[in-house]
Design a protein around this ligand. Structure first.
Ligand SMILES: Nc1ncnc2c1ncn2[C@@H]1O[C@H](COP(=O)(O)OP(=O)(O)OP(=O)(O)O)[C@@H](O)[C@H]1O
Ligand SMILES: [Mg+2]
Length: 323
């Protein structure tokens, strides 16, 4: 391992593109040349407005979609080139949890069987041992063994998300993609689920890709954050650094939309209101995709696409203001 310079990274996404062919020559560029890496044991937050390509990025990483171009390396292996036994091993190591815990749980199955499904598929245990394991997982996520014989509709949103998390954990993954796991929950419940995910990460050394549509939601869980706009990454930085010193005008606008609890500061808070709508990913603007809404756009922004460049240590931005 010592001679592998990327041993720190569990996941490397390299120039990833996912385009959907809509027919009659129209192509929707959901993900267009996205690159980022995730270190083992960290949480990488992926943030951006609805439709910017977050879920498509997640689904391509976990190999629910093939890539149009580019690579996803998981523990150094290209996930889109796996075959045979390696596919099954990969399916065990990477799991996804979803925004709508209800839609993702089979209503006809008991909670115990939902959690046990992965255990069966991967032949991890059976009989009494399997049962014990299900009880243990329920307790791990703050539920209890009596819940195993119940059905999903008997639970609240937050409890269902806990069931979804228990199901993911059943096969002992290394990496979890959480696609807006708290967006559908009441604010009071959101913090509980975030705290559960944090605790599990510490106990099990898990790595997370945590997807959310606003920066306030990822603040407390992310070590690093990537900000996405219309299929591309605008900025990637350490979470504290991003909040302290956002460089991209889009990140600055997103941050200015987060209310500040202190009423004094809140009153004088400067809000950057973005004009217009997000353009269509079928026909994105030339050059920088954000330029049509950017308060700081310059003529050169229409000419070429700014590359995501490291402008300060571990702080990457795709903007001509900085290079
Ligand atoms: N299977 C598909 N076929 C065609 N277009 C798709 C498909 N899946 C997603 N898209 C389009 O790709 C773009 C990105 O969608 P995606 O679901 O990845 O966005 P998102 O950032 O997850 O949004 P949200 O915050 O609403 O979940 C959107 O324009 C969407 O309509
Ligand atoms: Mg989504």
């Amino acid at each position: 391992m010592a001679n592998n310079p990327n041993a720190d990274y569990i996941l490397e996404v390299k120039n990833l593109k996912k385009h959907f062919d809509l027919g009659r020559g129209a192509v929707l560029k959901a993900v267009d040349n996205v690159s980022f890496s995730i270190k083992r044991g960290e949480t990488f937050g992926l943030v951006g407005e609805s439709g910017c390509g977050k879920s498509t990025t997640g689904r391509t990483i976990i190999n629910l979609y093939n890539a149009t171009e580019g690579q996803v390396l998981f523990n150094g292996q290209d996930v889109h080139k796996l075959q045979g036994r390696d596919v099954k091993a990969f399916n065990r190591k990477m799991q996804m949890i979803f925004q709508d815990p209800y839609a993702s749980l089979n209503p006809r199955m008991t909670v115990g069987d939902i959690i046990g499904e992965g255990i069966d598929i991967h032949g991890l245990s059976s009989g009494r041992q399997r049962q014990e394991r299900i009880y243990e997982l329920l307790e791990t996520v703050g539920l209890n063994s009596e819940h195993a014989s119940r059905f999903p509709h008997e639970f609240s949103g937050g409890q269902r998300q806990r069931i979804g998390i228990a199901r993911s954990l059943a096969i002992e993954p290394e990496f979890i993609i959480a696609d807006e796991p708290i967006s559908a929950l009441d604010v009071s419940i959101q913090a509980q689920v975030v705290n559960l995910l944090k605790r599990l990460q510490q106990e099990r050394g898990l790595t997370y890709l945590f997807i959310a549509h606003d920066l306030a939601m990822v603040k407390h869980i992310s070590d690093r954050i990537g900000v996405m706009y219309l299929g591309a990454l605008a900025e990637v930085a350490d979470a504290n650094e991003l909040y302290r010193k956002p460089l991209h005008p889009y990140t600055q606008a997103l941050l200015s939309a987060i209310p500040i609890p202190d009423p004094e500061i809140e009153r004088t808070r400067e809000r950057i209101i973005l004009e217009g709508d997000v353009p269509s990913p079928v026909n994105p603007p030339s050059g920088c995709r954000f330029r049509t809404r950017c308060p700081k756009a310059m003529p050169e922004c229409a000419q070429s696409i700014p590359e995501l460049k490291e402008v300060e240590p571990d702080h990457f931005v795709a903007c001509f203001l900085y290079n």
